[in-house]
Design a binder for this molecule. Structure first.
Ligand code: 4AD
Length: 583
């Protein structure tokens, strides 16, 4: 090539393109790291490809050769098209950004302008009476003020908004129109904000539906407390499908939901129904201490704490204290918390539960069974007679059928036989609780035998199969608490009872108590208890004893059964179980 021609082309470098092994991503155009395409080479030098000696290789075994002119021309063309498109895209992006900024500015301007729109009450209207939403039907046609939380919100066009307001007592649909929808507060309203709404509750014409069959036509409204929007908006915190842990972390907000709030109301009505039942039977309520220094229900599952330098416990049961009040106030009951340091994470165990316990003097075992049965049925009757709890029960457990007296009465020994007859067996284990295997490596299954505790799973299977409430009676001495009275007809057994309900299993445990002083001392000895801390309990046998008995019912299990909830955790305000002690 002549010197003059070289100068004219101003070749300033070499670029390599290997169509087989090149790489447009990582290549840099050298012989070692060639590009894969001519287009990449052109792009690399911003289109000034004529200043370069471009070498191309199409087959791996071929040497590099100067790029064909036509191919170069085509690559330059493609580069120019690409450049034009990029320029257009950039221009559009600028336009989009400007448009978004304009929109935002317009929205801000609209919001600022909205600040100037101030609603005023019409003084010619009758004064609004503040009502709770439970009374909304009674106040139809009158001007009222209602206050509560924005449960649901729907904006329809510029001039209409629907707010479903919730005040804990009920919900009502409120209709806001015209200027009421143009204020700053209207434009920025969020779920769970608190508002007061004034207006008249009107019955809905046929064909239209809303909660309660009416809606509140707003004539004035105001915000009390605005809830956050954006990432922190209520609707972004959780959904019904969120993990159980997240739902429990947010339980303080979850309880605002329809189901959780219904359960809490139902729980309140049920607690009152228990109290009404005892009241109707002239049984007094006591509130025993929950900080104690004796154990009622055996050793392991108990929380201890430092009580001014001494060890004390959170009570497992108030039964022993209830026994002490019989000579003072007669039959007695309590509805307080009991605590069990349960290591198991089952759907029917809590670390803290509401325990409804009662104690009766001068009764027989049969009297006790009747009293338990009567209480369970009478509380069901009471919640069915209350329109609020009845509606909740029908919504949450539409197939519920009230249990009928008398409940099936079954002895523990019959339950063992039932398990045998129905082929419900257990895994044989060695002294270390490891399964024993047969020669083929399979676990060996054996029958439950008299004297053994019937665990939750077979007990549930039996109860669900039988499908009706069962009073399971007369458990062996070894598997029951120290204070239980032995059966006069068979000293291997106790006058004890568990109430089993389909779906949840045991909801109540009770027994006749040892009335005889010497027998009680023997029971302490049998269990290895030091009688000293129980002196006050023993004194009941010393200073005028009587045949007596009682029971404890787990309120959460009773509610889980009635409302067909999966777990006892679902019927607590803030459930406590292993690794969960907040909120
Ligand atoms: O069978 P339990 O342990 O009996 C007693 O505590 C007796 N001292 C009661 C008495 O006779 N006064 O418990 C009675 C009931 C059980 O049937 C169950 O419903 C409930 O209390 N319960 C629990 N509920 C939720 N979580 C737990 N960890 C529970 N432990 C017992």
């Amino acid at each position: 090539m002549s010197e003059s021609k070289q100068a004219k082309q101003e070749i300033i470098g070499k670029l390599f393109v290997c169509e087989v092994q090149g790489n447009d991503g990582e290549g840099i155009g050298t012989e070692k790291m060639p590009f894969k395409s001519l287009l990449k080479a052109v792009t690399h030098v911003n289109g000034e490809i004529s200043k370069y000696d471009v070498q191309v290789r199409k087959e791996i075994l071929e040497p590099y050769a100067p790029a064909a002119k036509a191919a170069l021309k085509k690559a330059v063309k493609a580069y120019e098209v690409q450049q034009k498109k990029a320029a257009k895209d950039a221009e559009r992006a600028v336009q989009d950004r400007e448009k978004a900024e304009q929109q935002k500015a317009a929205e801000l301007a609209k919001l600022e302008a909205a600040r100037a729109i101030v609603l005023e009450q019409d003084s010619s209207l009758p004064e609004a009476q503040y009502i709770r939403l439970r009374d909304s039907t009674a106040y139809r046609g009158k001007r009222v003020k209602v206050s509560g939380w924005v449960h649901r919100l729907r904006v329809q066009g510029k001039d209409m908004m629907f707010i479903v307001l919730r005040d804990g007592y009920g919900q009502i649909q409120c209709v806001l129109t015209g200027k009421q929808c143009h204020t700053y507060d209207a434009l920025t309203l969020t779920l769970e904000s608190t508002v007061s709404i004034y207006g008249v509750i009107q019955e809905l014409p046929e064909g239209k539906t809303a909660i309660g069959g009416h809606e509140l036509i707003c004539d004035y409204w105001e915000v009390i407390g605005k809830a956050p929007g954006g990432d922190e908006a209520f609707g972004n915190l959780f959904t019904a499908d969120s993990s159980p842990d997240l739902l429990l972390d947010q339980r303080h907000l979850v309880i605002r939901g329809d189901i959780a709030s219904s359960v809490l109301k139902f729980r309140s009505i049920t607690l009152k129904a228990f109290r009404d039942h005892f009241d109707s039977q002239n049984v007094f309520e006591v509130t025993p201490p929950l900080m104690v220094q004796s154990q009622a229900e055996g050793g392991s599952a108990i929380f201890d704490f430092n009580y001014y330098g001494e060890t004390a416990y959170l009570t497992q049961s108030s039964q022993l204290y209830l026994e002490t009040v019989l000579p003072s106030i007669g039959d007695a009951y309590c509805m307080t918390e009991s605590f069990r340091a349960e290591n198991s994470n089952t759907r029917r165990h809590l670390s803290e539960f509401t325990h409804c316990e009662a104690e009766y003097g001068f009764i027989t075992f049969d009297d006790l069974l009747d009293r338990i049965e009567n209480m369970i049925v009478s509380v069901v009757d009471a919640v069915m007679a209350n329109p609020i709890s009845k509606q909740i029960l029908m919504e949450l457990n539409p197939n519920f059928k009230p249990p009928k007296k008398p409940f099936r009465r079954m002895d523990y020994a019959d339950a063992i036989q039932w398990l045998k007859d129905n082929g419900i067996k257990k895994t044989l284990v060695d002294e270390n609780d490891n399964p024993v295997l047969d020669e083929n490596g399979n676990e060996i299954k054996v029958d439950y035998e008299f004297g053994e505790d019937i665990p939750e799973s077979p007990e549930r299977l039996m109860t669900d199969t039988i499908g009706e409430p069962i009073l399971l009676c007369r458990f062996p001495v070894e598997i029951k608490s120290f204070y239980m009275k032995k059966c006069p007809e068979d000293p291997r057994l106790t006058e004890s009872v568990d109430v089993l309900m389909p779906g949840v299993g045991e909801i109540t445990g009770g027994s006749m108590r040892i009335a005889d002083y010497n027998e009680l001392m023997a029971a302490y000895a049998r269990e290895g208890f030091d009688p000293k801390p129980y002196y006050w309990f023993t004194d009941q046998r010393k200073y005028g004893t009587c045949e007596h008995g009682g029971f404890g019912l787990g309120v959460e299990r009773y509610l889980a059964w009635l409302l067909n909830r999966y777990s006892v955790r679902d019927v607590c305000l803030y459930p406590r179980f292993k690794n969960r002690c907040q909120p």
